[in-house]
Ligand binder design. Structure first.
Ligand code: GLN
Length: 248
């Protein structure tokens, strides 16, 4: 039986706006196809061999929670996370968890958190929060679907030269409200500002991530289609509201 080992990193501190729903969504979409999903929660102070996992999820958190994690990252987990990214493991990281994968996050009140530098980008906090339902179009190499979600961040993220965003903003702020980019896709590291959680209303993107992790583990791997008309209808209904400006 095929299997994915999923690591939920820092579930006790990085879990805003139902981000944990991403774990439930991935687990269910694997199980419905007869693929085993094993989920481990790895928090502050926990020592686990991160090399044993196939897929990682990190949710969002406020500035305070991000500062709390710095010691734990320095104590060894940071290096293991970088190694897993280099090794092509699949990562879905959201908002505060996404910011953590970059070089640093400077909060709007001037605290500089030196983060992992697992990919080439950085984040600077501003006075204005970027809040609302939004939508973005994924690049072809991230499956090419359209994603709907909810963003709430003061951090503005800037990608290094040659680093690809996850997608292009259709409506909303995305990385910084300036350059039309949203998130990052570097090797198999995916970062996004989309809470909500992101995956239940975006089943195509969920399957793309699962297939990425399965292909890395088993070589070619194609997921069977599911009957997910309900999820797709939820996606389409939000997209319509976001596009015509009635989603809030
Ligand atoms: N603290 C970060 C910011 O405001 C992340 C917030 C979040 O994860 N929603 O930019």
């Amino acid at each position: 039986m095929s299997e994915l080992k999923i690591c939920h990193l820092y579930p006790e501190v990085l879990n805003l706006y139902g981000d944990r729903g991403n774990i439930l969504c991935m687990t269910k979409r694997l199980q419905w196809r007869g693929i085993r999903a094993e989920v481990a929660r790895v928090g502050i102070g926990d020592r686990a061999s991160l090399a044993d996992f196939d897929l990682f999820f990190i949710g969002g958190g406020q500035d305070f929670e991000q500062e709390v994690l710095l010691e734990d990252l320095k104590a060894g987990k940071g290096e293991e996370i970088r190694a897993a990214v280099r090794d092509g493991k699949t990562f879905l990281t959201i908002c505060g968890g996404y910011q953590m994968m970059g070089h640093y996050y400077q909060t709007h009140d001037g605290v500089k958190c030196e983060f992992l530098g697992a990919a080439d980008f950085y984040t600077v906090g501003g006075d204005k929060r970027m809040i609302g339902n939004y939508a973005f179009a994924l690049g072809e190499d991230s499956g090419g679907s359209t994603v709907v979600g909810f963003e709430n961040h003061s951090g503005r993220t800037y990608l290094g030269d040659g680093v690809k965003p996850l997608g292009k903003v259709i409506r909303g702020f995305g990385n910084n409200g300036e350059d039309g980019t949203e998130g990052i896709h570097d090797r198999n590291l995916f970062g996004s500002y989309s809470h909500g959680p992101i995956l239940p209303k975006n089943p195509e993107f969920c399957d793309f991530l699962l297939e990425t992790a399965l292909c890395r583990k088993y070589g070619a791997f194609q997921l069977e289609p599911l009957q997910d008309g309900f999820e797709k209808a939820a996606h389409d209904s939000v997209l319509e509201k976001v596009e015509n400006g009635t989603a809030g």
